[in-house]
Design a protein. Structure first.
Length: 236
């Protein structure tokens, strides 16, 4: 892959054999972000699980204390009073049969989907459209619920969902380069706590194998995976 001069200059400032503390890594990631917009800061984690086995799936949600820097567009499948409650909570798209039809035909201009339990029989037919994008409502992560207003408020307030991919990697947004170093580390700490909390009992050996911070179009910064406490300090 051809890399720009800016990218090469940025990656040259990173010791790729080192393992930086989260605070050091955040500072490096921000300083090596050369794009002209407010870049997204993401963390990638390699886990010691076998996602092909149902008892080693890692999936959950977490509310980031400082949000993601982006207000998520939320679509809600609901009717009647629950539809009104979703609209009042700030849902961007609300409906039932007509909205299901729109999505089935390719409408995907949203970041999260919530549904009431009574509509899941119909929403289930959208699995082929929503599933591959990680947008399928699921009761385990609170997106199939009668309390749609609460779900919308949480998502708008910085709640993110994560799920390990088939290569045992997790990708999480922890904010923007405009965030302070401390805000980004605190968001990472909240996400990391939840990832550790949902460690499958069937997972053997080392659970957290590798951690990398990146920004949009920026180089990866290796983070010490053993640092799971006292993250707001410089020491590696």
């Amino acid at each position: 892959m051809q890399r720009s001069k800016n990218y090469k200059a940025a990656t040259a400032t990173i010791d790729h054999e080192a393992l930086y503390s989260p605070l050091e890594a955040v500072r490096l990631a921000k300083s090596t972000s050369k794009v002209k917009f407010d870049a997204t800061v993401e963390v990638a984690l390699r886990l010691g699980v076998d996602p092909r086995k149902a008892d080693q799936m890692v999936r959950s949600t977490v509310i980031l204390p400082h949000g993601t820097g982006k207000t998520a567009r939320v679509l809600v499948f609901a009717t009647g009073d629950r539809a009104e409650a979703a609209r009042a909570a700030g849902a961007d798209f609300v409906g039932a049969d007509e909205l299901i039809d729109q999505v089935s035909k390719g409408f995907l201009d949203f970041d999260a989907v919530v549904a009431t339990p009574d509509l899941m029989g119909k929403v289930g037919r959208l699995g082929r459209v929503l599933g591959p994008r990680g947008l399928m409502p699921n009761p385990k992560v609170g997106t199939v619920t009668p309390d749609v207003a609460k779900a919308v408020n949480e998502i708008k307030g910085g709640k993110i969902e994560f799920r390990v991919d088939r290569h045992a990697n997790l990708h999480l947004i922890i904010g923007k380069t405009s965030f302070s170093d401390e805000q980004l580390v605190e968001n990472y700490a909240a996400a990391l706590d939840e990832v550790l909390r949902v460690k499958p009992s069937a997972a053997k050996g080392r659970y957290l194998k590798k951690v990398t911070f990146t920004t949009t179009m920026g180089p990866g910064v290796p983070v010490d995976p053993n640092r799971t406490r006292s993250l707001l300090t410089d020491e590696s």
